[in-house]
Design a binder for this molecule. Structure first.
Ligand code: NAD
Ligand code: UD1
Length: 336
């Protein structure tokens, strides 16, 4: 049985991953400052799995608390989800984003180094590809950033490469997520954004449940089949399972790899809207708005590396993503 430290484990992707780890028989230690999550998510993960989670409310900016975790437990590997993730907010308060995401990560890496823990899975993002010249996007595409959030991911990726060059006993996987959506089948855990959602699927869910009036569709004049933006939506449970595969890989194949986690299929805003209406039986009103600053026309993954290197493929289709998102939303209209 391995002891896995999960930073940001109370959050959306973290909680789903913790559940899969527990079901796999791993022992999980979660640290989270609960700045964008609630402890209730982990209580529900315990209920669903029938297993205990070791939880400490710790901020990655607090080096002493962090060091104490590594002293206390015999940690084999770390999955590092903790970070701030709202693109628009990052443009308004860049220093807070750099402080939290970069300093938090540096503190974590310092503690890992000090205690000889050198296996890491890092939450990166497809945002590191900027506005790609073509799709599907392979890991070899050039990277760039257009906002502080994306730049924080890119800088962390580079820090991790430098670390690996300095000491190739580190085993690191940079997972570049495309667009995580959906929720666990039980409807007990899911995405619980504070305030008005920034992302498409939670926005649609809140219109369907009657909490928001109308979906703004940001642009219908992109160079895509129906003019709306195309993205690679991936079920959060598939994404969570990708982390288990990444951990397995780390234990047998040392090195540093960047790997896309997506489905390899792009859907437009209208396709998502219609699939969600079908899954929920609700009508979702929409209005066409100007393009959102920083948005790109098309973004979807070439997933062959995940398949070749990790032996992982996303299995859940769009209907399942929408059904599960709707079950979570309708069972928990006010979130946790
Ligand atoms: P989330 O906000 O639900 O989870 C992040 C967790 O980290 C939260 O529980 C938050 O309280 C915690 N946290 C933040 N700063 C912390 C700190 N300094 N110390 C301790 N805990 C801290 O977000 P998520 O959607 O689950 O995303 C997880 C990771 O995946 C993030 O790094 C995010 O940037 C990345 N990512 C997310 C998406 C997405 O669409 N959800 C896409 C690509 C990458
Ligand atoms: C956003 C982030 C990106 C992050 C990704 C995954 C921005 C600018 N980018 O990207 O950095 O990596 O999430 O979390 O926030 N849309 C609408 N109406 C809405 C919301 C979205 O029409 O109310 C459209 C968008 O224009 C886009 C698509 O839906 O075409 C998906 O949007 P979203 O869910 O925000 O994800 P990304 O734009 O891919």
């Amino acid at each position: 049985m391995s002891q896995i430290l999960v930073t940001g484990g109370a959050g959306y992707i973290g909680s789903h991953t913790v559940l899969e780890l527990l079901e796999n028989g791993d022992e999980v230690i979660v640290i989270d400052n609960l700045s964008n999550s609630k402890l209730e998510s982990l209580k529900r993960v315990e209920e669903l799995s029938g297993k205990k989670i070791i939880f400490h409310q710790i901020d990655l900016l607090n080096k002493d608390d962090l060091g104490a975790e590594f002293k206390k437990y015999d940690i084999d590997a770390v999955i590092h989800f903790a970070g701030l993730k709202a693109v628009g907010e990052s443009v308004k308060i860049p220093l807070s984003y750099y402080q939290n995401n970069l300093t938090g990560t540096l503190n974590l890496l310092g503690a890992m180094k000090e205690h000889g823990v050198k296996k890491l899975v890092f939450s990166s993002s497809a945002t590191v590809y900027g506005d790609p010249d073509s799709v599907p996007i392979t890991e070899a595409f050039p990277t760039s950033a257009t906002n502080p959030y994306g730049r924080s991911k890119l800088i962390i990726e580079e820090i991790l490469r430098d670390l690996y060059v300095s000491d190739n006993e580190w085993d690191i996987i940079l997972l570049r997520y495309f667009n995580p959506v959906g929720a666990h089948k039980s409807g007990r855990i899911g995405e619980d954004p504070a305030g008005i959602p920034n992302n498409l699927m939670p926005y649609i869910s809140k219109v369907a449940v009657g909490q928001l009036e109308i979906l703004p569709v940001y642009g219908n004049d992109y160079d895509t089949p129906d003019g709306t933006g195309v993205r690679d939506y991936i079920h959060v449970v598939d994404l969570a399972l990708g982390h288990l595969k990444a951990l397995e890989h780390l234990s047998v194949h040392p090195g540093l790899e960047a790997i896309n986690l997506g489905t390899g299929r792009g859907y437009s805003v209208f396709e998502i809207l219609h699939a969600f209406e079908q899954a929920s039986g609700k009508t979702v009103a929409f209005e066409i708005k100007p393009r959102r600053t920083g948005d790109i026309a098309k973004c979807f993954a070439d997933t062959s590396k995940a398949d070749d290197v990790l032996g992982w493929k996303a299995e859940r289709d769009l209907a399942e993503m929408c059904e599960d998102a709707w079950r979570w939303q309708s069972m928990n209209p006010n979130g946790y």
